[in-house]
Every structure is written in structure tokens, then in C-alpha cells.
Design a protein around this ligand. Structure first.
Ligand code: GRF
Length: 199
């Protein structure tokens, strides 16, 4: 893996809209940061996020995982990331479990943004579950990915007050706004630390 001297080379994995990718890119463009987005990769070739990436001038790689074993697909993904000298992998709505081999190969260098206040509500439907539980707060978390789902060390969190009239959709929209602020800052800090360690 190319060790970092300048900015850390980040590869983003996505399967959907790509609004977090856009936020990471926007934050990076506004001023010099500790990271560069060098690849957007997807297991969903028709993902809107790939269009976003193309518009932003970020190289893309897309391949459907359908009909492939997880480990075999992840080996292709791994090869592509390495071809681009990626040093940190940022999951941004990547809706597929990564193989243990992939996670081990990138240990401590994969981040994810999850739309809940972890350790609460791992997995899907986080906002509906927070509402059903009568919670006062929802939010989002950036964490290091380990091989247990949504379970690695949390490095940043933002809270959002739940309103009485919230639906899962209205709450998700407000949490997403926070995601767009939190993830770029957390990734930047993470990469700055990594860069410091490499010196
Ligand atoms: C976000 O809500 C994120 O927390 C979750 O997947 C969603 C991705 O949204 N992991 P987008 O594709 O970045 O718009």
C-alpha cells in the first residue's frame, strides 16, 4: 500500500444515491484537506451515486455482485482499490456486507457512516426503530468497520432531536443533513491522524 506523504487517497464504496459522496467531495473542494477522493466503486452499476461521482470528476468502477461469491467479488474490489493506490476506504451507503478477508486486508482503514446513535439500531430501518422506541434523540455515527455489522469503534457522532410529528422520512432527512456535515469532518480528522503517523 502506498504510504501517505501528502493527502490520504480515499476510495468510496456506494450502492445508492451518493449524497454522502457529494458532501465528502464538496468539503474537500472548499479547502485543502487531509484526503483526496480517488475512486468511487459500486456493486450497483445503475446507482445514482456513480452519476454523482462522474459529475464530480471522480474515477468510477462498477460491477454487479449478482451471481458472484462474496469473497470473489471483494477480491475484484480490492484489486481495483489497490490499482488506484487507495489507502482508506469510506463506505457511503454501501449496501453489501464485506467479506472477512476484505475487512482483514483493510483492517483499521475502513470507515462507515450509519444513521443511528450506535450502539443503538445496527442494521436497517434505524429511524423507524428510534420512533417506535419513543426515543428523544436520533442521529448518525461514523465508525471503523470490523467484521461484526455496524459494530466497530465509533469515531464521531451527531445527535438530532426527534420531534413529536416526525415520520421515519422527516427524521431521515434531518439526520442526513447531519451526516453530510459529520462524515467529511470525521474522514478528514481520521486521515490527518493517519498522515501524522506515517511521518
Ligand atoms: C445514509 O443514510 C448512510 O447513513 C447509510 O446509507 C445512506 C446513504 O445515503 N449508510 P447516500 O447514498 O449517501 O445518499
Amino acid at each position: 500500500m502506498a504510504e501517505a506523504k501528502g493527502r490520504i487517497r480515499v476510495g468510496v464504496l456506494l450502492s445508492g444515491r451518493g449524497t454522502n459522496l457529494a458532501a465528502l467531495s464538496e468539503y474537500r473542494r472548499r479547502q485543502d484537506r487531509a484526503y483526496d477522493l480517488v475512486l468511487a466503486a459500486s456493486n450497483v452499476p445503475e446507482a445514482r451515486g456513480l452519476v454523482v461521482a462522474r459529475t464530480l470528476g471522480i474515477p468510477i468502477w462498477a460491477k454487479s455482485h449478482k451471481g458472484m461469491e462474496r469473497a470473489a467479488f471483494d477480491r475484484l474490489l480490492d484489486a481495483e482499490l489497490r490499482r488506484h493506490d487507495v489507502e482508506v476506504v469510506a463506505l457511503a451507503g454501501y449496501m453489501r456486507l464485506l467479506s472477512p478477508e476484505f475487512i482483514a486486508a483493510w483492517e483499521g482503514r475502513i470507515l462507515n457512516i450509519h444513521p443511528s446513535l450506535l450502539p443503538l439500531y445496527k442494521g436497517l430501518d434505524t429511524h423507524a426503530r428510534a420512533l417506535a422506541a419513543g426515543d428523544m434523540w436520533a442521529g448518525c455515527s461514523v465508525h471503523v468497520v470490523t467484521d461484526a455489522l455496524d459494530d466497530g469503534p465509533v469515531i464521531a457522532q451527531a445527535r438530532v432531536r426527534i420531534r413529536e410529528r416526525d415520520s421515519a422520512e422527516t427524521l431521515a432527512a434531518r439526520v442526513l443533513e447531519e451526516e453530510h456535515k459529520l462524515y467529511p469532518q470525521a474522514l478528514d480528522e481520521f486521515c490527518a491522524t493517519l498522515r501524522g503517523q506515517a511521518r
